[in-house]
Unconditional design. Structure first.
Length: 219
């Protein structure tokens, strides 16, 4: 049951996010604030599982809030969902480099938001489709050659594992991968666990990097 803290300088955004999350079973909004300093205090006292933050807060930015809380090294570690209306390349680059798990925007509905919270709570990644497509296009335009040393390692993956890995690397969530391949969500998670064990990788971000470096995303 993810416990969520909402942070944004605009009341209409905070209230709107809270209302959308109220429709999701098993999600608890513990508080909301427009202040970066207050957000830090709330995070330290309530230890939320997920923090939804805009990029602008009173007294600081959403990115600085994330950096400050990571320096605190609170346990359990909160995962971040960023709400932004700006999908410019430089903004998305800053968000991803800050270690954000999920990004949502004004086109996101209640189902998208609750999915993002649950996905972030599991330490997984969800990006808006147009952002994921741009990232895939960017990787393809790089024209880098696959790292030959990774090809034998990739060959150890089963056909289904490679299918799951490629879909994850295009930005699909666990639920979306399951739907695309007509398999169960638990089965997708089992494949991800086995791939991480085989490849000796720790998280989905490393799996995505491996998929591109090993040439699995080439068309």
């Amino acid at each position: 049951m993810p416990r969520v803290l909402i942070c944004d300088e605009l009341p209409v955004v905070r209230n709107g996010l809270r209302m959308m999350l109220s429709a999701g079973d098993g999600i608890t909004v513990i508080d909301s604030t427009d202040s970066g300093a207050h957000a830090v205090m709330l995070a330290r006292s309530h230890r939320p599982d997920v923090i939804i933050t805009g990029l602008s807060l009173r007294g600081t930015s959403g990115l600085e809030l994330m950096s400050r809380l990571r320096r605190d090294n609170l346990q359990p570690t909160a995962q971040f969902v960023v709400y932004t209306m700006n999908y410019a390349d430089e903004i998305i680059s800053e968000i991803l480099h800050a270690g954000v798990s999920c990004v949502v925007g004004p086109e996101s509905d209640a189902e998208d938001l609750t999915s993002a919270v649950r996905i972030a709570a599991r330490g997984e990644v969800m990006l808006p489709p147009r952002v994921a497509r741009r990232l895939v296009d960017w990787f393809r335009r790089r024209n880098t050659q696959p790292e030959e040393t990774l090809r034998p390692i990739a060959a150890a993956l089963t056909t289904r594992e490679r299918q799951v890995l490629v879909l994850i690397a295009t930005g699909l969530s666990t639920e979306q991968v399951a739907d695309r391949l007509a398999i169960g969500i638990a089965t997708v998670r089992t494949h991800v666990y086995r791939m991480r064990s085989k490849l000796q990788l720790t998280d989905r971000a490393q799996l995505v990097s491996f998929a591109y470096r090993a040439g699995l995303m080439q068309t």
